[in-house]
Design a protein around this ligand. Sequence first.
Ligand code: GMT
Length: 377
Amino acid sequence: MERLLKIGITCYPSLGGSGVVATELGKLLAEKGHEVHFITHSIPFRLGTFQKNIFYHEVEVNDYYVFRYPPYDLALATKMAQVAKMQGLDLLHVHYAVPHAVCALLAKQMLGNQIKVVTTLHGTDITVLGHDESLKDLIRLGINESDAVTAVSLDLIQETHRALDITRNIDLTYNFVDKRVYYPRDISDLRDDFATPDEKILMHISNFRPVKRVSDVIDVFARVSARLPSRLLLVGEGPELPKIQAKIAEMGLEDKVRFLGKQDEIAQVISMADLLLLPSEKESFGLVALEAMACGVPTIGSMTGGIPELIQHGKTGFLAPVGDTAAMADYAITLLSDEYKAQQFREACLRRACEDFNKDKITRQYEDIYYRVLGCK
Ligand code: GMT
């Protein structure tokens, strides 16, 4: 029998796909018998109710009067070292190079190198911060000094090598989905509130940051709704929201678009959709498209970052160049107006999510990496 491990996990607990992946991974590792300690500034939002083998340690920042800025990074590093010592952790698995990998390395030094550090890169730490000259050296340090580094797509691995001039090995560990949670839900009642039976539902889910190009979602929908009875549901909130509201009003689409705000029960919400739109400028993976896939909903996405590794063009969705809203709309119309094709896509989505991105397979890959850095295999 394999050794059960004690693992510290640090992530951004309050938002985003990286926090979801880190939390779900922690829960799965705990289910397998490992002891998991979340070390974060607040309880990870997907952690849910009390679970065996899961512990939470809150990072509290000391706001001492000489500090102009409360030093969160130092508080995190200290907490990591304290928890590691008190609980006898084998390793720290941190999500995001800055500041988390760098804090973990500091903790490792405090512990006299008696702990291993695994860093997972999720995207913006490389695609945005990795190009910032003032942070490059720090990110490079975090990556080079970790005992293992993983990234969520091949594209992100290549970009990390390119942007930071890094040559070390980076393991590919795709994001995953739990089919006990993500499966096509029976939503007939819910759906009736948003669309009539003859209308198609297009959906976009994001944090409404400029990188998501939500404005393209509206352009695609305007073209689709001119040809097919359809509705657009927008899920999430963020800085671009007021601009998007104004655009919808300008285009006279208010009656056809609904804002659902932030939603927790994403599987229920996605199951209402016939199609997801993800026209991002950059996306290292696109977790929401995988969640949709697992619910049998195809995605039309942009050919950028890791999206082409996730969406199979012509099988589980369609890909178009960033900003090519005409092509995206044409693909949407083709798919939504052919029920036989749509059914084939739905089935292909369910198969692919289950075979290629299943939770057991990816959790096993992370465990293998842990055992490798600990010298257990
Ligand atoms: O961009 C987001 O939606 C948030 C961001 C995050 O920090 O959680 O997402 C990144 O990590 C996700 C999980 O690995 C990926 O699915 C997203 O593609 C990635 N975002 C970007 O690359 C812009």
